[in-house]
Ligand binder design. Structure first.
Ligand code: T4K
Length: 370
């Protein structure tokens, strides 16, 4: 008998019995989208849970990135990281802007602040870093550079739901932060996302932009998009918010189990918890040094697959190697040695709330080459 498949993640699902009365309520109201009852409740509840003042819901985690750049009227060049999901760079392209790639830190996979200044030109107007795997960027240093050069900072916080640094939400950093609530994320509304900003006027503008630019029944103030979250997904999100803390606790337990089991394996590096940070354990990447481990990342990836375990190589290939971007000067591999190294070494092990002991042991046994 083959073992049951273990995927890299599995969605956080609310109890169906709790969802059904809410669906009945939506049916009764006959109000399905466009800032409905549950949409309003979820915006409020999420802002409270995340510790931010202004949050706008979106239909996914890509459109808030696109809208953030539009809302801030970013022009010219945007400095960003190649070590992310393609949506980060795509959002820059969708605004007709030029992405400029900067290398990352080996320790975290986040953009290296010390390499940002060299990439700034007279056309640079913004920095778009990513808190990759939910590990906070060096927001203090990034802000110092942004302040010196008069740049805006938009954080792609798709992985950083609920992450705090010294008791403060990471989403308070920079000018704006975006979230993804995709099915594969720590917190999900099936598809979904949000844009966090720091003042009421900006929230108002964002809300216009996600609703075609409508600022009233007959007034359109900008070429906005349609990215409104509907009532069904808002209800789903309200229920999931009640269980996200226990989901993060379950992820933490798995992370601790993996770390303990794999800590003495030569050639395997794992992310560490950072003091003062409330992590969310959104991914569990391991970085494989083939020479020391005695097996390549590709070989381990395949071996896991043969055993019905489906890890993922997030983030390989690098965004800068895709056809749309590889012609950019900043995409030259010589400019991005650490990002290339991480992309070649990384393998994300299965990590989700409720990953059972037996499954985690199956993963560990393969990595231990038992
Ligand atoms: N910025 C960053 C830094 C991001 O990582 C992302 C998305 C975004 C922006 C954009 O946010 P969204 O617009 O997507 O909200 C997945 C997700 O689709 C994507 O949301 C995510 N990042 C990216 C890192 O991963 P894939 O292509 O790996 O997904 P997929 O469909 O292969 O799913 C992975 C595994 O998850 C499956 O093998 C099984 C499991 N799964 C997946 C789905 C969809 C389930 O068990 N149930 C499900 O419903 O991109």
């Amino acid at each position: 008998m083959t073992d049951k498949p273990i995927t890299v993640t599995s969605p956080l699902l609310p109890n169906l019995d709790d969802l059904i009365p809410m669906l009945k309520d939506i049916w009764d109201r006959k109000w399905l989208t466009n800032n409905g009852h549950y949409h309003k409740e979820l915006e409020k509840a999420l802002a409270e849970y995340l510790g931010v003042k202004y949050l706008s819901l979106f239909t996914n985690g890509t459109l808030p990135l696109i809208t953030a750049l539009q809302a801030m009227r970013i022009t010219g060049e945007v400095i960003t990281t190649p070590y992310s999901f393609v949506a980060t760079t795509h959002s820059i392209w969708w605004n007709g802007l030029k992405p400029v790639f900067v290398d990352v830190e080996e320790e975290t996979g986040n953009i290296d602040p010390e390499k940002i200044e060299a990439a700034i030109t007279p056309h640079t107007t913004a920095i778009m870093p990513v808190h990759v795997y939910g590990t906070p960027c060096n927001t203090k240093r990034i802000q110092e550079i942004a302040d010196i050069y008069g740049l805006k900072v938009i954080y792609d916080a798709a992985h950083a739901f609920g992450v705090h640094v010294n008791g403060e939400s990471i989403l308070k950093s920079g000018d704006m932060s975006t979230l993804s609530f995709h099915a594969t994320k720590v917190y999900t509304t099936v598809e979904g996302g949000a844009l966090v900003c720091h003042d009421e006027a900006t929230k108002k503008r964002i809300d216009y932009l996600k609703n075609f630019g409508f600022a009233g029944e007959t007034t359109v103030v900008a070429p906005g998009i349609n990215s409104k979250m509907d009532e069904i997904r808002s209800a789903f999100g309200l229920l999931n918010l009640k269980q996200v803390d226990s989901a993060i606790a379950s992820r933490k337990a798995t992370a601790e189990k993996y770390r303990e089991a794999l800590k003495n394996i030569p050639g395997i590096r794992m992310l560490k918890d950072i003091e003062g940070v409330r992590h969310n354990y959104s991914y569990f990447p391991i970085f494989i040094d083939e020479k020391q481990y005695g097996m390549s990342r590709e070989a381990l990836y395949e071996k896991l697959k043969e055993n019905n375990i489906f890890g993922r190589r997030y983030f390989y290939p690098l965004i800068s190697t895709f056809s749309a971007y590889k012609g950019l000067e900043s995409a030259n591999p010589a400019n991005l040695p650490i990002a290339h190294k991480l992309a070649d070494q990384v393998l994300c092990l299965p990590m989700f709330a409720g990953l059972d002991e037996e499954s985690a042991n199956r993963v560990i046994d393969i990595v231990l080459k038992k």
